[in-house]
Design a protein around this ligand. Sequence first.
Ligand code: URA
Length: 235
Amino acid sequence: MQLERLLQKHGFGTRKGCRALIRHGRVAVNEVVCDDPFAEVATTGLVFSVDGVAWPYAEFASLVLHKPAGYECSRKPQHHPSVLELLPLPLRERGVQPIGRLDEDTTGLLLITDDGQLNHVLSSAKRKVPKVYLATTRHPVDQAQVDQLLAGVQLNDEPEPIAAAAATIASEHLLRLTVTEGKYHQVKRMVAAAGNRVEALHREAVGEFVLPPDLKPGEWRWLAAVDLQKLGYSS
Ligand code: URA
């Protein structure tokens, strides 16, 4: 692929802007500066750098972010900054977006991508992708609440009761809940319908993919092929 087009594809601005970056010697290909915008570069295993920052060649940008509280998942947030502000500019420029939404005060695993197919597969209601949440509750969690959640609770505006795919008491005020839908405020509403209240919510896993324990709030990393497999997706 032509170097100029490669940079543009990775979010480094217009074709003209990318050409200027290259001509100014700010771009290296596999650690060697290349100032020819029209150089053909092999993309397999390619690492390029711009101003000394290394980037892998990525057909799609698919990431996991440890979402901190205080960020909205929208591209056009209303009251808090967007989670996308936690990403470097070139990734934002690529047009990545969160797969599904977490509330502003929810923390944990958020997947972000510019791969429309991945987004579709994980968001599709038909696929019933399990999402595991840890809810801190105002009142002690008891077996009666868990049984209700497993049997199904009626939420306003829903035609039928919705059941958790799994629910266990993790400790006195901690409930681990798996849901396969992605409805608005779903976990908070389900827990409220079962007679308790969510004080804090954290997403631990989507499909078989668990939030990497070394990823601190606000940090992100690229998804590897093995992660995509755990999400039931291979491109
Ligand atoms: N359910 C909720 O209530 N909030 C979230 O952020 C995610 C699931």
